[in-house]
Design a protein around this ligand. Sequence first.
Ligand code: ADP
Ligand code: MG
Length: 575
Amino acid sequence: MIRPAVLALAAALILPPLLPPFYVTLAAYVGLAAIVATGLVLLTGISGQTSFGQASFVGIAAYAAALLDGRPFTGLLAGLAAAGVVAWLLGFITARLSGHFLALCSVAWGLSFYSLFGTLPWLHGFNGIGGIAALPFAPGPRAGLAVVWAVVALGLWGAQNLLDSRSGRALRALNGARLMAESMGVDTVRLARGVFVLAALYAAAAGFLFAHVQRFISPTPFGLTASIEYLFMIILGGADRLAGALLGAVLVVVLRDALTDWVPRLTGAPGSYEAMAFSLLVIVMLHHAPRGVLSLLPQGRAAAPRPAAPPPPPPVQPIAAAGGEPVLLLDRISRRFGGLAANQDVSLAVHAGEIVALIGPNGAGKSTLFNIASGVLPPSAGSVRLFGRVLGALPARRRAALGLARTFQHVRLLQGETVRDNIALGAHLAGRAGMLRALLRLDRAEEARLRAAAEAAAARVGLADRLDTPAGDLPLGQQRIVEIARALCLTPRLLLLDEPAAGLRHLEKERLADLLRQLRASGMAVLLVEHDMGFVMRLADRVVVMDFGQTIAAGPPAQVRADPAVRDAYLGGVA
Ligand code: ADP
Ligand code: MG
């Protein structure tokens, strides 16, 4: 598959000398829209934050360019800075919001900026500002077109780099998997704000070019309607792919232009029938391709060649023993959900080099205890001591940084992403490169290191030959193993596994048990919830039994198995 950035670069070289005069302007509009849409794919399609306000960022930069006419470089910097600062401030409010709230918020600021553009006296209201100079290095419309498409190519190249990076993986997780991402150490609020600013900067770059290419601006192209059109573009093209931004920009801009031209001729009547015709077409297209027109094409997933033989698993690095102090100490933890006591006075310790199994019937409160230990839920009472520190309200991502890794009872993977990318998310904290470095491709050495870590973790759990498979294509049991590999990528000292063997076949369970024994031998502390009694009894050093939110027994497997209370409450006399 040809990269969209390459297509855009080809357009920058081929279109300007070849297009008939009328189409030069149209092609420039397509390019400008594609720049905004590229930012919007990152923001909405990839990170799941819907914005109905992108046109206001275009406007802010366009007005900055118009006001600083004659000093285009200053105008560009001022436009980017103004849009960036406004986005950063808005991001403060919106980064924590999601879904409808964020969308509504963006409608509000979209409307406010539109009315500001129309009413501030020094912006000349709806008369607009004319006579803006062309770019000094691109005097004519054809040169302007070339510059626009060169910027499209640059923007797509940067976005492609970003998606292919540590931040890109984390961005994908923002879309519906924030809790998981936080557990892997991702600062999701900061990242959401970052991509919001980035999308605004893309819009601002388009605004600057718009002012100097069209050489006249007024509030109309920066209103809510325009913002909605940008959203249409990515939805029609395919919001989760950069090519979707390109295709969507072509579709929407050309279609609208054609309809404005043809509908009045066909109907022979004045009136905005073209808007209706446009909406009808959008509905028809979405009906046939709800995931964007691009999804109609056969999928060209770059199938990497499979390694002939999987590399041998790397040796397990020994972890410095933590002395006699427990790695995790839960002290009289209680947790209520309304009137329900999910945990009551539960105490539990896990030491380095020890596997502790937590068992008990469904609803006993095991997962709740995991969530409290990992910082996903605050306890109602009691304290969590991790690696010798009392944690208070330390968030999940900070606990991950201390060396706690976990899996989830209900698998939380990015289903459409490859096994490699899913596992590499666990290596997030092993890297430092931010979005800017990723955009400019200055993160390659680090990225190679993170991928190698992911591949090593995959090899260790026996997934070396599935690295390029989308995680969602694996059977559920294998998906659990992917989660374990992702957790191992964090190089944890404490591993919490919530029902890791559920859905595994007998041999796979044996392999998992072997892996856990290896990890134990390396000094890792493992706490696991499991229902398969045979598995637990063979593996665990100690077993803790919960029922109705309370600990009813604890001790070595043989002792717990013989405990009459356990037999009555849980094992039903079968063990
Ligand atoms: P287990 O993992 O042992 O099956 P859980 O910890 O998931 O048990 O659940 C313990 C009890 O707490 C159950 O009755 C469950 O319905 C309730 N519970 C768990 N999480 C929540 C929540 N977020 N809100 C309300 N009730 C919850
Ligand atoms: Mg559970």
